[in-house]
Design a protein around this ligand. Structure first.
Ligand code: BG6
Length: 289
C-alpha cells in the first residue's frame, strides 16, 4: 500500500481558496469540499476521474458548485407545496449546498480511508416538523468511505422530519450518444414534458434534454458508455433521478460551458417521499470496473 491518508487542500481546480479534504487509499483518491459537503473528485486510479466538475463552477457569493456530488437536503428541486405552503423564495435543492460543513472524524485503516462531515441547520421551514415536535437545530451527516475498489457516500439525519434528500452525482462520460443507465424502474415522471411515462425497459439513453424521476428503483444501477462501466449501488432511496440539460439549458446555465452537456450525466439517488416524518439514511456507492 503506497499511501493511506487524509490531507487538507486550499482550492481545487479553478475553485480557488475552497477548503477541501483529499482522501487517499493506495492508488485511489477522492476530494470533498467542506463548502456544500460536496465530493468533487473520485479517481480509483491516478488520472481516472469518474466525476464531472464544470470548468465554470463557482463557489463564491453563495453559488452552489456545479458538478461532483451535490447534497440536496431537506428538499429536492424547487420546494414542493407541502414543504413551502406559503411559497417563500426558497433555493433549489435545499439549504446545504452553499454552506460550510465541519469535519467530525477521520480515520485511515487497513481497508479504507474515511471521513465524517456534518452540518447543523437551525433555519428549517416549520412545515418540516411533525405537528407534535418542537423545532430545534438539526444535524445532517455525510460519511465518505474510500477503499481500493469503491467510494461510499452515506447521508444521514437522526431527526424525524418531512425531509427529502438526494446525492446528485455528476458522472464524467466519454460519449453521450453511447451512454446508457440501466437498472431503472419502468415508470418515471418526466419533468421535461411534465407527465408520467411508462418505459418499455429499465434503460435510459440520451438524445435530448432528459430530466426524469424513476420511482422505486432497485439497489443497483449501471452507467456505461463505449469506454467505461460503473456500478452505482443505492440504499435508503425511493427514486433515482436522471438528468442531462442538453444544449439549450447548458447554454442558459451561467456555470456551464455551452458544450458542457456532452461531458456528463447525472444519476442521483433520492429520497423524495413526504408521507410521514422520517429519519434519513441514504447511501450511494460507486464501483468502477
Ligand atoms: O441547477 P440546479 O439547481 O443545480 O439543478 C440542476 C438539475 O438538478 C436535477 O436534479 C433536477 O432534476 C433538474 O430539474 C435540475 O435542473
Amino acid at each position: 500500500m503506497s499511501q493511506v491518508n487524509i490531507s487538507t487542500l486550499t482550492g481545487f481546480g479553478q475553485l480557488s481558496d475552497l477548503p477541501c479534504l483529499k482522501l487517499q487509499y493506495g492508488n485511489a483518491s477522492a476530494v470533498v469540499s467542506l463548502y456544500g459537503g460536496q465530493v468533487l473528485s473520485y479517481q480509483p486510479t491516478p488520472g481516472q476521474e469518474l466525476l464531472w466538475l464544470s470548468d465554470n463552477a463557482q463557489w463564491h457569493n453563495g453559488a452552489a458548485i456545479r458538478g461532483g456530488v451535490p447534497v440536496c437536503w431537506p428538499w429536492f428541486g424547487p420546494a414542493s407545496a407541502k414543504i413551502n405552503p406559503e411559497q417563500q423564495p426558497l433555493p433549489n435543492h435545499g439549504l446545504v449546498r452553499n454552506r460550510l460543513w465541519q469535519i467530525r472524524h477521520s480515520e485511515s485503516s487497513a481497508v479504507s480511508t474515511s471521513v465524517n462531515l456534518s452540518i447543523v441547520v437551525n433555519d428549517l421551514p416549520e412545515s418540516l416538523w411533525p405537528a407534535d415536535a418542537k423545532a430545534h437545530p438539526v444535524n445532517l451527516a455525510l460519511s465518505l468511505i474510500l477503499s481500493a475498489n469503491q467510494l461510499t457516500m452515506q447521508l444521514s439525519c437522526d431527526t424525524p422530519l418531512y425531509q427529502q434528500a438526494a446525492l446528485h452525482s455528476y458522472f464524467r462520460i466519454q460519449n453521450l450518444q453511447q451512454t446508457t443507465v440501466t437498472g431503472l424502474s419502468q415508470n418515471y415522471f418526466d419533468k421535461v414534458s411534465n407527465a408520467e411515462h411508462d418505459s418499455p425497459d429499465d434503460k435510459a439513453c440520451f438524445s435530448a434534454e432528459t430530466d426524469r424521476i424513476y420511482f422505486k428503483t432497485g439497489s443497483q444501477l449501471h452507467l456505461a458508455d463505449d469506454k467505461q462501466q460503473l456500478t452505482i449501488n443505492q440504499q435508503g432511496h425511493d427514486a433515482s433521478v436522471i438528468w442531462n440539460p442538453w444544449q439549450q439549458k447548458s447554454r442558459e446555465l451561467p456555470d456551464m460551458a455551452d458544450h458542457g452537456f456532452t461531458e456528463f450525466v447525472c444519476v442521483e439517488s433520492a429520497r423524495l417521499g413526504l408521507a410521514q416524518p422520517q429519519n434519513l439514511y441514504l447511501i450511494q456507492t460507486l464501483i468502477p470496473h
